[in-house]
Design a binder for this molecule. Structure first.
Ligand code: NDP
Length: 299
């Protein structure tokens, strides 16, 4: 068997097309485009590259994105005050505020994230938004989790009644995705198992999965022997590994052994070109939602 590809890049392009039309409609009514501010602390190359692709995607759909760069030496209080000032800026024309993670080790990440007001929280990390998601009435859903669910729905992969296994229990990916897949309705109603580093016999649990999602950050963690034949395998992981044949001597891979698992799975998402572009697309969707909620165009 050779798995069909879950082409996140193509789907993200289609999502961008619909957001572009809605952003134009918003701009006509509001007299300004939706506005996103991204706070980038320090000069970690991977973070700078993610921020660049988020800003480029925003520009493609008519969302005004500004990147505020802050030196790595900034302390927690400085960052909290910066975020609060952004939320007050220009009579509140900033619709979405995103603090790019990870923050330097000396910063209290939770305190900085908590300072993003719930109604500008386009990353979906605020306790109020996490609470709404857990109660089954989502508002801003963490972008990667939302992107994975959208990918499954778009491909017509049934979730209702199926076994979904997620490896990784982070607040930004695994946990919200478990809530989405086990919630009621389209893209939900699955029986979800959430695995982590303390799970016993991970391979046996994974082999039960009709839908297997890897969100760990360990290249090659998921091998063919852990996959039920015909399963949908979604690879969230992003890992840079050495590769003498690639430009720069390195390349990006996920958590899944792509070649081996492709021979067993029914569907597989590639890295790059899978979940990554959808994460960005869902950020654009959340920014538009934030703008429309503030304008009273959506309830
Ligand atoms: P975290 O480091 O926050 O969480 C990793 C999770 O994996 C933890 O729950 C950890 O368990 C678990 N884990 C670690 N080792 C094992 C193991 N051997 N077996 C089973 N579980 C294990 O990572 P994130 O959720 O932030 O990110 C996960 C991956 O996804 C990373 O590669 C990241 O780069 C990528 N990512 C990709 C995005 C995209 O857009 N494509 C967006 C966000 C992240 P425990 O809790 O017990 O420590």
């Amino acid at each position: 068997m050779s798995a069909r590809i879950l082409d996140g890049k193509a789907l993200a392009g289609r999502i961008e097309d619909s957001i572009r039309a809605e952003a134009a409609s918003f701009s006509r009514v509001a007299g300004r485009p939706p506005r996103l501010v991204v706070v980038l602390v320090g000069d970690v190359a991977a973070s700078a590259s993610y921020v660049k692709s988020k800003a480029a995607a925003a520009a493609r759909v008519g969302i005004d994105a500004e990147v505020v760069r802050v030196p790595a030496s900034a302390d927690t209080q400085t960052l909290v005050e910066l975020v609060r000032a952004l939320a007050r800026e220009e009579q509140g024309s900033v619709d979405g505020i995103l603090v790019q993670l990870p923050l330097p080790a000396h910063v209290d990440t939770q305190a900085v994230l908590d300072s993003v007001p719930a109604d500008r929280d386009v990353d979906g990390f605020h306790p109020e938004n996490a609470g709404l998601l857990s109660q089954g009435r989502p508002r801003f859903v963490p972008c990667t989790a939302a992107g994975v669910q959208r990918m499954l729905v778009d491909a017509g992969i049934a979730t209702a009644g199926r076994e979904a296994v997620i490896i990784g229990r982070s607040d930004i990916v695994g946990k919200p995705l478990a809530l989405l897949l086990s919630g009621r309705g389209e893209g939900g109603d699955a029986t979800v198992t959430l695995c982590h580093s303390r799970s016993d016999d991970l391979a046996a649990i994974c082999r039960r999965a009709d839908i297997l999602v890897a969100a760990v950050g360990k290249p090659g963690l998921v091998t063919a022997g852990m996959v039920k034949p015909g399963a949908a395998v979604v690879d969230v992981g992003i890992n840079r590994v050495a590769d003498a044949t690639a430009s720069g001597g390195s390349r990006l891979v996920g958590d899944v052994d792509f070649a081996g698992v492709s021979a067993v799975a029914g569907w597989i998402s590639p890295v790059p070109g899978g979940v990554g572009p959808l994460t960005v697309a869902m950020l654009l969707a959340n920014t538009l939602l934030a703008a429309e909620l503030r304008l009273g165009r959506r309830a």
